[in-house]
Design a protein around this ligand. Structure first.
Ligand code: HSE
Length: 308
C-alpha cells in the first residue's frame, strides 16, 4: 500500500465536566486527507485545500505529528500529505486534532500498523501542542480511538474508551467567528477552589458511571462546568440564552465544545436533537452571524479509510 485516503472527524472536547480529559467524536463533519509513501526521502505537505494554513512541516500540526511518528519509526522512504479541510481552524470542534490524528493514522497504515491507536495519541499530541500552546489529548484521543474517551494521564499516555449509550446524540452550533485555543486557554483561571474542584470531580465520576449504565438522568445532572464555562462563555454570543433554550427543548446538557466558539448539546435521541437544533436556530438566526448546526450520532469508529 503506497497511498491511503481517509476521513478524519471533528470532535467535542471537555464535554463540560471533563476539562482536558473528556472528548467524543462526531460523524458528519470532518476533513479528508491523502497520505502517500514516496521514494524520495523526507516529509512534505504538498496541498492544503479549504483553509489557508502553512505547508511548512514545522509550522503545521499535521507536519509535526507526522515527524513525531517517523522519528519513532525511521524510514528511508518519504511521505507526502494532502489535507482537504472542512473543519474550520479555531472553530472548537477539533480542527487541528483532525489533521494531527489523520497524519499519524495515515502514516501508521502505510508503515503496516506498527502502532496501536492508543500509541498514536502521543504523536498526534505533538501536533496539537503547536495549536494550543500546551499538550492535551482530549480531541486527538476520540478521533484515533473512536467514541467517547477519558484521558486519565498524558504522561504516560493512559486513555480509556468509554461506552456510547445507544441513543446519545449531539447537536453542534458553530458560530463562524474564530477563537484561538491558545487565547481561550490563557484566559482561564489557574487556581480552582476546593469547593469547585469537588463539584467537578463529582460530576465527572457521575458522568462516566452514567455512560456505563445508560442513565440519561444522571448524565443530565452531571453535565456541568462551573470552572471553565463561566469565563469562556463570555466570548460566545448568546451563550446563556442558547443554553437555556436547549435545556428547555429537552437537552441533557449544553456547554462549550472544546475551547469554543462552537457549543454542543447532548440529547437522548435524534427527535429531541431536532427540537434542540430548532431552538438554537431561533436564537442564533436573528443576530446576523454566519453559523452552522450539525446533528450527529457519536462516531464510534473515529478515522475511516475511504480508499487505498
Ligand atoms: N481541552 C482543550 C481546551 C480543548 O479546552 O483548551 C481545545 O483544544
Amino acid at each position: 500500500m503506497d497511498q491511503v485516503k481517509i476521513f478524519t472527524p471533528a470532535s467535542v472536547a471537555n464535554v463540560s465536566c471533563g476539562f482536558d480529559v473528556l472528548g467524543f467524536c462526531l460523524e458528519p463533519v470532518g476533513d479528508e486527507m491523502v497520505i502517500r509513501k514516496v521514494e524520495s526521502s523526507g516529509l512534505k505537505i504538498t496541498k492544503i485545500v479549504g483553509e489557508s494554513l502553512p505547508l511548512d512541516v514545522k509550522k503545521n500540526v499535521a507536519g509535526l505529528a507526522a515527524e513525531a511518528i517517523l522519528k519513532a519509526h525511521p524510514q528511508k522512504a518519504g511521505f507526502e500529505i494532502e489535507i482537504y479541510k472542512n473543519i474550520k481552524a479555531g472553530s472548537g470542534i477539533g480542527s487541528s486534532a483532525a489533521s494531527a490524528a489523520g497524519a499519524v493514522f495515515g502514516i501508521n497504515e502505510l508503515l503496516g500498523k506498527p502502532f496501536t491507536a492508543h500509541e498514536l495519541i502521543a504523536f498526534a499530541m505533538e501536533g496539537e501542542a503547536l495549536a494550543s500552546g500546551s499538550a492535551h489529548a482530549d480531541n486527538v484521543a476520540p478521533v484515533l480511538m473512536g467514541g467517547i474517551t477519558l484521558v486519565r494521564s498524558i504522561n504516560p499516555i493512559d486513555v480509556i474508551q468509554l461506552p456510547t449509550p445507544k441513543e446519545l446524540t449531539a447537536v453542534i452550533l458553530h458560530p463562524k467567528i474564530e477563537l484561538k485555543t491558545m487565547h481561550a486557554r490563557e484566559i482561564i483561571k489557574k487556581n480552582v477552589t476546593m469547593e469547585k474542584a469537588i463539584q467537578q470531580w463529582g460530576n465527572l465520576g457521575a458522568f462516566v458511571s452514567a455512560l456505563f449504565n445508560e442513565d440519561y438522568g444522571l448524565m443530565s445532572r452531571s453535565l456541568k462546568d462551573e470552572i471553565i464555562e463561566p469565563v469562556r462563555s463570555l466570548l460566545i454570543p448568546e451563550f446563556d440564552s442558547l443554553k437555556k433554550a436547549s435545556i428547555s427543548a429537552g437537552a441533557l446538557g449544553f456547554g462549550i465544545s472544546g475551547s469554543g466558539p462552537s457549543v454542543y448539546a447532548l440529547t437522548k435521541g435524534m427527535k429531541t436533537a431536532q427540537k434542540v437544533s430548532k431552538a438554537i436556530d431561533e436564537i442564533i438566526s436573528p443576530i446576523g452571524i454566519d453559523f452552522e448546526i450539525h446533528l450527529s450520532n457519536i462516531n464510534d469508529q473515529g478515522i475511516k479509510i475511504l480508499s487505498n
